[in-house]
Design a protein around this ligand. Sequence first.
Ligand SMILES: [Zn+2]
Length: 301
Amino acid sequence: MRTWKILMAGLGLLSAAPSPALAKVHVFACAPEWGALAEEIGGVHVEVFVATTARQDVHHVRAKPSLLVAMRKADLVVCSGAALESGWLPILLKKAGGPDVQPATAGYLMASDFVPLIGARKEADRSLGHIHPEGNPHVHLNPNNLLPVARVLAERLLILDPDNLEDYSGSFKRFETGWMALVASWKEAAAGLEGAKVVVYHDAWAYLLDWLGIEKIASLEPKPGLPPTASHLEAVLQAVDGRDVRAILVAPYEDGKAADWLSGRTGIPVLRLPYTVGGSEDANDIESLFAETMEMLKGVR
Ligand SMILES: [Zn+2]
């Protein structure tokens, strides 16, 4: 094979073959927010596969054949990490991931490795019966967290595809400038939300609430990943009593029954925020995800 290539090159026949520089970087994103960020930074040089939709619970995903096919092609895997995808991503990596997308390679990017984790634990602990054993993995909902992740994404892309180095660093710089201005304007417009109280179904909103200074009074899940029980819901009902709780936050993929029950008993409105790109009609990229979320949160004041 090698001799053949040398011979062909000598004859000038390889020049007609597609240049490796034109090949796209295949990005495997575990969730829509990471797919959208990879599109922002990678532009025309990446082909992004998104493994889940906003209607899927990313804690629980089946390692189905279509995901294996996509993983086989992947040059870069971008996920939340902190055990959010621990039920399925390791299976895909083991069965179909190449050597260059395994943990500790440039092709393996876990966003939670690059931001401060809320509730971080020194050692993973599943004995508590919940699904956040390393800390809260839903890091994308603090928009400030997207900057360090976008920076690492650009760094990884230029390692994997050095021919387009200038494009990657240029698109990161543009993203950084635009994003900082947007985040500042959202935060300013949301000043009235500081100190507002909410109930959540699952701790998917920890970073959003932390960023905006909104206080979580209770979760409808007794522990992350455990479905609401009658006794826990009674305790939540007592906890919210007389506390001016403004909304019950629910993600598009979550069962609304417990939230509806609490809403029916208290009059607190249920707010189904988009959570990720595609989680509502207008949340179709990373910017509109936040614009839409901020618009919907106006009702919480
Ligand atoms: Zn979770």
